[in-house]
Design a protein around this ligand. Structure first.
Ligand code: SF4
Ligand code: SF4
Length: 68
């Protein structure tokens, strides 16, 4: 099943992936703070990921890896 992994310490919480995802299943994890001081992106509903890579392509910091 397709899913993504976010390298949390590369993430700067810009939300580009949040808006890029056609499934609207990425959000910033307000419960976490990474080493840069940002809330990292997380996959909220993994079973809805279609592996389209829109999030990974959009991420300016190459923090997202897509598995499919
Ligand atoms: S691969 Fe596509 S569906 Fe999956 S989280 Fe990224 S943008 Fe959303
Ligand atoms: S686009 Fe990249 S840097 Fe921006 S919130 Fe998403 S994972 Fe983090």
């Amino acid at each position: 099943m397709a899913h993504i992994e976010v390298n949390e310490n590369l993430c700067k919480g810009c939300e580009m992936c949040v808006y890029a995802c056609p499934q609207k299943i990425i959000a910033l994890d307000k419960a976490k703070i990474n080493t840069k001081g940002y809330h990292p992106a997380t996959l909220v509903t993994p079973e809805k990921c279609v592996g389209c890579k829109a999030c990974a392509i959009m991420c300016p910091d190459v923090a997202i890896t897509v598995y499919r």
